[in-house]
Design a protein around this ligand. Structure first.
Ligand SMILES: NC(=O)c1ccc[n+]([C@@H]2O[C@H](COP(=O)([O-])OP(=O)(O)OC[C@H]3O[C@@H](n4cnc5c(N)ncnc54)[C@H](O)[C@@H]3O)[C@@H](O)[C@H]2O)c1
Ligand SMILES: [Zn+2]
Ligand SMILES: [Zn+2]
Length: 368
């Protein structure tokens, strides 16, 4: 069955009538299948042929566990949400893009009517339809139908591979906006995976003067030092207060950092963060790990720390992410460690699970 589908795929890769998709049935059980090609459901929609898709921890989480928290894969679901593509069809009312434009896809469609949407925080929509979040299919598919305002045209000098990195970059833009980083400020970023590294790069673009990248993997810190961090720090298995004190001493952060971002989701780094942030500073939770942890609430209270969450991306974040790539202020190319063919999509999941490289892309199915 699998071989037959692949053979069929090879014969018809360029056919605009095919919609080959990479589907998760249940944990570690995937298949390739031709799904019906989507149709435009509104005159404001466009159809996009998907060229490249990045794989991140959440995709891998569904592949391994079939769920993230209360989001459970109950029916076969197309995976993927970090994609770029080429516009192949536009609705009658579409003004901002045209057929042939290369775009970064923002993969969540909000209702535009609920209180969070109307208050300008559409990432907090009560009725969000987000790619590869059950029950909604993802973007590892031939064609993706999207409202035109959730497609961001890539300038000619920005590649489609870079376009696929706009999604995690937009996550980092949102986190750094939540951290309210201003020129000359200091920031500590816990975790040097794609999200943490991009937070460092965005903080630099925002003018942060000292950027400390923290991770338990030496290879990731080596990369961070070359990429956007001014300092790196490796925590040890000691009390959070002890790690925090050594971090502040080694990096010369007298009195604490103006902002601390967690992009690891790890309980020890969240605890350390609260001891690293200065009195009156800002802490942002970007990482998603255990849903409940021990938290140093006394330090939060007595230091009057502003503690914020950060979820996906909202108004203006994708636009700024594209501008950062286009202007060269953020180098997303450096994060791409490899590209696999669409028929080898599962390999990309294995690589990410094993922590190989930083960002793995899947080409196609419409990349020739
Ligand atoms: N808030 C959002 O909207 C959003 C969006 C995407 C991803 N995320 C989350 O952001 C986090 C980072 O994503 P990623 O793709 O970079 O993941 P990743 O797994 O590649 O990176 C996490 C890094 O944290 C490091 N780490 C683990 N324990 C640590 C500790 N005790 N101290 C310091 N570092 C430690 C790991 O070595 C790894 O390098 C994940 O938790 C992910 O679920 C959140
Ligand atoms: Zn992602
Ligand atoms: Zn809404």
């Amino acid at each position: 069955m699998y071989n037959l589908i692949l053979l069929h795929h090879r014969q018809s890769t360029n056919s605009l009538h095919q919609n080959l998709s990479f589907i998760l049935n249940k944990p570690f059980d995937v298949k390739f299948e031709q799904k019906p090609k989507p149709t435009l459901s509104s005159p404001h929609d466009v159809l996009v042929a998907v060229n490249y898709t990045g794989i991140c921890g959440s995709d891998v989480h569904y592949w391994v566990e079939g769920r993230i928290g209360d989001f459970i894969v109950e029916n076969p679901m197309v995976l993927g949400h970090e994609s770029s593509g080429t516009v192949t069809q536009v609705g009658d009312a579409v003004k901002s893009v045209k057929v042939g434009d290369r775009v970064a896809l923002e993969p969540g469609t909000p209702c535009r009517r609920c209180t969070p949407c109307l208050s300008g925080h559409y990432n907090l929509c009560d009725d969000m339809r987000f790619a590869a979040t059950p029950p909604y299919d993802g973007t590892l598919t031939g064609f993706w139908s999207s409202p035109e305002d959730f497609c961001y045209k890539l300038p000619d000098h920005v590649t489609l591979q870079e376009g696929a990195l706009v999604e995690p970059l937009a996550v980092a833009v949102h986190i750094v906006k939540q951290a309210e980083i201003k020129p000359g400020q200091t920031v500590v970023v816990m975790g040097a995976g794609p999200v943490g590294l991009l937070c460092c790069a965005v903080a630099k673009a925002y003018g942060a003067s000292k950027i400390v990248s923290v991770d338990i993997q030496a290879s990731r810190l080596e990369f961070a030092a070359k990429y956007a961090a001014t300092h790196t720090f490796t925590p040890e298995r000691v009390a959070a207060t002890e790690n925090a004190a050594r971090l502040l001493k080694e990096t010369g952060l007298v009195g604490g950092a103006d902002a601390v971002i967690d992009a690891s989701g790890a309980e020890p780094s969240i605890q350390t963060s609260i001891h690293v942030v200065r009195r009156g500073g800002i802490y942002v939770q970007g990482g998603m790990g255990k849903p409940d942890i021990n938290f140093p609430i006394m330090a939060l209270c007595t230091k009057e720390i502003t503690c914020k969450g950060s979820f996906r991306y909202g108004s203006g974040d994708y636009k700024l992410a594209v501008e950062f790539v286009a202007s060269g202020k953020v180098d997303v190319k450096a994060l791409i460690t490899g590209t696999v063919k669409f028929e080898d999509a599962e390999q990309a999941f294995k690589d990410v699970k094993e922590g190989k490289g930083i960002k793995v892309l899947i080409a196609g199915p419409n990349e020739k």
